[in-house]
Design a protein around this ligand. Structure first.
Ligand SMILES: Nc1ncnc2c1ncn2[C@@H]1O[C@H](COP(=O)(O)OP(=O)(O)O)[C@@H](O)[C@H]1O
Ligand SMILES: [Mg+2]
Length: 236
């Protein structure tokens, strides 16, 4: 089991619990998708996993090791990368500098940094072309690609994605899902929160539905295709 969440209870204040005993497992080489209505606690769960928020109860294990109490700065060492909801490129830095920020964990290992750059530029020729341009002038789709490319610069084992296609034009949305499918081929463990329920089903292997901070349904993707309309009706 790559990533295991067990009985996680967490909130932003003592009085208001947001997550209440959530369980979840994400396996290597698979895309695990969390769906659910707005405010269900999907983003909060990713924040707990990444150490932004310490749970009041429960455990999070990565390759068998509890990572509760670790902070975001520790996550690169743990091999966990996280794409936060919204935009995270540094607009006043060049494409290359943005990627360099992703590579800093590789430390002084010049050869490793070089290899990471080569792999990324090989796969994203448009980023290579635009390496000296400011990230802020890239299109929305290119910026999202830069964010995904930066995640892989750290050679993570597990990738957390929060709404990776939100705010993009339909044509670019497809590109983002293609890209996530490619990351899956590379045997990363992918845990993704998605509002785009229909699109996410195209790449999901396993699905969790969160509602009011609790597990509501879960199962392999094929179980969800028919049940989806009924499940979404529960949210309204
Ligand atoms: N930083 C925060 N401080 C206080 N409450 C928050 C914060 N972030 C989210 N919340 C609340 O936690 C609940 C779950 O939010 P969130 O995890 O963002 O839901 P989702 O991602 O499923 O839409 C919501 O009621 C939201 O208002
Ligand atoms: Mg959210």
């Amino acid at each position: 089991m790559t990533l295991e969440v067990e009985g996680v209870t967490a909130g932003y204040t003592r009085e208001v619990p947001i997550l209440q005993g959530v369980d979840l497992t994400a396996q290597q080489g698979l895309v695990t998708v969390i769906i659910g209505p707005n405010g269900a606690g999907k983003s909060t769960l990713l924040k707990v996993i990444y150490g932004y928020l310490e749970p009041r109860a429960g455990d999070v294990r990565h390759f068998g090791k509890s990572i509760i109490g670790l902070e975001p700065k520790d996550m690169l060492n743990e091999g966990i990368a996280y794409l936060i909801q919204g935009h995270s490129v540094f607009p006043k830095m060049t494409v290359h500098e943005n990627l360099e920020l992703g590579a800093w964990t590789l430390g002084g290992d010049r050869a490793a940094v070089q290899a990471a750059f080569e792999e990324v530029y090989d796969h994203y020729p448009r980023l290579k072309e635009k390496r000296s341009q400011l990230a802020g002038v890239l299109s929305g789709g290119e910026q999202r690609m830069l964010e995904l490319a930066r995640l892989t610069m750290t050679s993570p084992r597990t990738i957390l994605l929060d709404e990776p296609s939100v705010g993009l034009m339909p044509k670019l949305v497809d590109t983002v899902y293609d890209e996530i499918a490619r990351l899956k081929e590379k045997k990363y463990t992918i845990l993704m929160v998605d509002q785009n329920v229909k699109k996410s089903m195209e790449i999901a292997d396993y699905v969790y539905v969160l509602q009011l901070g609790q597990n509501r349904h879960d199962g392999p993707q094929q179980d969800f295709i028919e049940r989806l309309p009924e499940i979404i009706r529960e949210w309204i």
